[in-house]
Design a protein around this ligand. Structure first.
Ligand code: ADP
Ligand code: MG
Length: 380
C-alpha cells in the first residue's frame, strides 16, 4: 500500500470516519552546506521522494488529535504551551502552538500520519512531519501564511516546543523545494533560488546511503558546535560566521586562540564558499565538477568540524574508490546518510561496494537508494 492510502486507512481506523483531505511533505538531503544554517549562511538541499502523509479532518470536540502508523493510539490536546505535550506528539502540538503564537486562528483537526521517510537517519523525518501538519492546518483554516514565513513557524515548533536547537534548513527544504530543483537558500534573508538539478538528463544520479549507524550524543554535540560558532563570531566582532569570507579567513583564524574554535570556524567559512561554488557550477550545467566540492565538504566535516563517524567515513571512501565524482555525509552528523554523485549506471555497483566495505568492517549493513529531487509540501 502507498503511504497515502495507509494514512487514510489509519485515519478511518482511529476516528471511525474518512478524512477531509491528504497532505504530503518530504524528507530532504542537503547537497552541500552543513551546519551553515545557524551561522546565517548558505545551504542547498533537495526534497526526497520519501515523504510523510497526513490524512486530516475537522475535530468535532474542538481539540487536536494525532495518531501515526508508528503510534496508533491518538494523542489529544487542547490549547497548550511548550513542554505540555511530550514524546512524538510534541512535534504536532508544537506546530499548532507556533501558528497560534504567530497570531493565527488554528482549526481543530484530527490527523493520522504515515511516512516512508527513515526516522533519525539525518533526512529530517521531524521536519517532514512538522511541514505536513503546518501545511494542512494552513489550508484547512484558510490561513494567510506566505510560503517564505512557513519554515520559521515549523522551526519554532521544533526549537521552542520540542526543545531541539536545529537551524532553518530542514523545514525550508520540506516546504519550499521543487521537483527537479535544488533549493539555494540564504539562511539570513530566507531568499531562495531554485537551481536546476536534473541529474538524469546528464546521465548522473545521487546515491543516498543510510549508514544505519546508531545516533549518539547528537543533541549535545550539535549544541556544542553551535555555541563554539557563536563564540567565534563574538570574538571576531561579526553577527555570524557567514560574515567572514575565505580571503578574510587567515586573519580571522589568527585572532582566535583556541584550536578547536579555529577549526570549527574554518569549516563554516569554507563550507559557505563551497555552497556558492556548487551553485555557480550547477547554474552553468557543469554538474560533474561539483564532485570535488562534495568530497572537500566531507573532509572538512571530518577533520575540522568533527561530526562524522567511522561508518560515514568508510561509506565516502568506498564510494569514491568505486568511481563516484564526489561523496559526503549529509545532515547534522554523528551517523545519518552519505550522498555520492555517480554516473547513473554506477549507482548499483557503488551501493554494492559500500555494502561490501561495511561487511569487511563488521558494520550493520547500509541501506541505499537513488534520490530524485521531488516536490515540497503540498495537498494531494
Ligand atoms: P530526523 O529528523 O533526522 O529523522 P529527529 O530525531 O529529528 O530525526 O526526528 C525523529 C523523531 O520524529 C522520531 O523519533 C519521532 O518522535 C518523530 N517522528 C518523525 N516521523 C514520525 C511519524 N511518521 N510518526 C511519529 N513520529 C514521527
Ligand atoms: Mg530532525
Amino acid at each position: 500500500m502507498s503511504v497515502s492510502s495507509t494514512a487514510e486507512a489509519a485515519f478511518r481506523e482511529a476516528y471511525g470516519t474518512g478524512p477531509e483531505g491528504l497532505w504530503a511533505a518530504p524528507g530532504r538531503v542537503n547537497l552541500i552546506g552543513e551546519h551553515t544554517d545557524y551561522n546565517d549562511g548558505f545551504v542547498l538541499p533537495f526534497a526526497l521522494p520519501q515523504r510523510t502523509v497526513a490524512a486530516v479532518g475537522p475535530a468535532p470536540d474542538g481539540k487536536w488529535s494525532v495518531c501515526s502508523t508508528l503510534a496508533p493510539e491518538p494523542v489529544t490536546f487542547g490549547v497548550t504551551g511548550p513542554g505540555e505535550v511530550t514524546g512524538w506528539g510534541a512535534y504536532v502540538a508544537g506546530v499548532v502552538w507556533a501558528l497560534q503564537d504567530a497570531g493565527y486562528e488554528v482549526p481543530p483537526v484530527r490527523i493520522a500520519l504515515d511516512s516512508d521517510v527513515p526516522l533519525g537517519a539525518g533526512v529530517s523525518s521531524s521536519a517532514a512531519m512538522e511541514s505536513v501538519v503546518l501545511t494542512a492546518l494552513i489550508d484547512l483554516g484558510g490561513l494567510d501564511v506566505p510560503l517564505e514565513r512557513r519554515p520559521a513557524i515549523a522551526q519554532r515548533a521544533e526549537n521552542v516546543y520540542v526543545g531541539a536547537p536545529t537551524g532553518i534548513l530542514d523545514q525550508s527544504a520540506s516546504i519550499r523545494c521543487e521537483p527537479g530543483r535544488a533549493l539555494f537558500l540564504d539562511c539570513r534573508t530566507y531568499e531562495v533560488e531554485q537551481i536546476p538539478f536534473d541529474l538524469a538528463a546528464e546521465g548522473l544520479a545521487i546515491l543516498v546511503i543510510n549508514s544505519n549507524a546508531p545516533h549518539q550524543h547528537v543533541d549535545g554535540e550539535y549544541g556544542a558546535r553551535r555555541k563554539t560558532c557563536e563564540a567565534a563570531a563574538g570574538i571576531l566582532g561579526v553577527t555570524a560566521l557567514r560574515d567572514v569570507s575565505v580571503p578574510e579567513l587567515p586573519e580571522a583564524l589568527e585572532r582566535l586562540d583556541d584550536d578547536v574554535m579555529r577549526r570549527r570556524t574554518r569549516h563554516i567559512v569554507t563550507e559557505n564558499q563551497r555552497v556558492l561554488d556548487t551553485v555557480t557550477l550547477l547554474r552553468s550545467g557543469r554538474v560533474r565538477e561539483i564532485g570535488p566540492l562534495l568530497t572537500a565538504s566531507h573532509t572538512s566535516m571530518r577533520d575540522d568540524f568533527e561530526i562524522t563517524v567511522a561508518q560515514v567515513d568508510v561509506a565516502v571512501r568506498a564510494a569514491l574508490a568505486a568511481g563516484a565524482y564526489g561523496a559526503r555525509m549529509t545532515g547534522g552528523g554523528f551517523g545519518g546518510c552519505v550522498l555520492a554523485l555517480v554516473d547513473a549506471d554506477r549507482a548499483e555497483p557503488t551501493a554494492a561496494a559500500v555494502a561490501a566495505a561495511y561487511e569487511e568492517h563488521g558494520f550493520t549493513a547500509p541501506t541505499s537508494w537513488v534520490a530524485v529531487a521531488g516536490p515540497g509540501a503540498t495537498r494531494l
